[in-house]
Design a protein around this ligand. Structure first.
Ligand code: FPP
Length: 247
């Protein structure tokens, strides 16, 4: 039986988050530039998106560009932005075909106008799709997002529209850019790094983490299924004991 067929369909995570890492090392191993690695990473983005859509997973969030990534060499940043524009242009048709809705989180104002315009038109075009929601984290960092939420909350408290005692761990998520989405139940990071790198710090509180040595441009559907198999073999306790969970 194939890995895909072995997955228990009603125990798939509703939301999978991915830190796509290792593009630079993949390219270096081939004596090529880092940008070559990013270009080859697009194939893995396509594979994982298609696999998630086919399985009926509701949400896939990809860490495509962090706030900290702005400090990379100018040529690499420009190449990544150009890659985003060309990928969105060429993939919109496939997103439509697969019933995928595009979404972004992060500081949109920091993005170049051409990227923003392309994103907004794809978001608009795919907005009625009802299958997978594909969220690209762009110019995103979790600490930035949490501070933005705290500022909104403080303003509301100051103008009297929110009471301090009404701020709870249940409603705080509504102030984050992932508002309306379930929290990720699985976070995958490629390339052998075991870090969270300022990604969805609040939302990953109870997520299962899956780390693989595979470099992002080599990541394929089978590797995604492998991560899901591993997830399905885990016992999620949410602070309870194993016996309590079984009962
Ligand atoms: C991390 O690898 C990867 C990135 C910062 C960019 C990810 C971008 C893509 C996969 C391509 C475009 C994406 C979309 C959604 C169209 P790294 O450069 O940090 O690799 P390294 O750790 O080996 O240096």
């Amino acid at each position: 039986m194939s890995l895909k067929d072995q997955l228990i369909k009603d125990r798939l995570p509703k939301h999978v988050a991915v830190i796509m890492d290792g593009n630079g090392r993949w390219a270096k191993k081939r004596g090529n530039s880092r940008v070559f690695g990013h270009k080859n990473g697009v194939k893995a983005v396509r594979e994982v998106t298609e696999a998630a859509a086919e399985l009926g997973i509701g949400y896939l969030t990809l860490y495509a560009f962090s706030t900290e990534n702005w400090s990379r060499p100018k040529a690499e940043v420009e190449a990544l932005m150009a890659l985003l524009v060309s990928t969105i242009s060429s993939e919109t048709k496939t997103l439509m075909k697969n019933n995928v809705r595009l979404n972004t989180i992060g500081c949109r104002d920091a993005l170049p106008k051409a990227v923003l315009a392309k994103l907004e038109s794809c978001i608009e075009e795919t907005s009625s799709n009802s299958g997978l929601t594909l969220t690209l984290a762009l110019s995103y960092s979790s600490q930035w997002e949490i501070i933005e939420a705290v500022k909104t909350i403080s303003t509301k408290v100051k103008d009297g529209s929110l009471l301090v005692e009404d701020i709870t761990s249940e409603n705080f998520g509504a102030y984050l850019s992932t508002s309306g989405m379930p929290d990720p139940e699985l976070m995958i990071r490629t390339s052998g790094e075991h870090r969270i790198s300022n990604f969805l710090l609040w939302q990953l509180a109870y997520a299962e983490f899956y780390f693989t040595e595979i470099l992002w441009p080599d990541f394929r559907k089978e590797d995604f299924y492998q991560a899901l198999m591993d997830y399905q073999g885990r016992e999620r306790r949410f602070g309870k004991t194993g016996d309590q969970v079984k009962a």
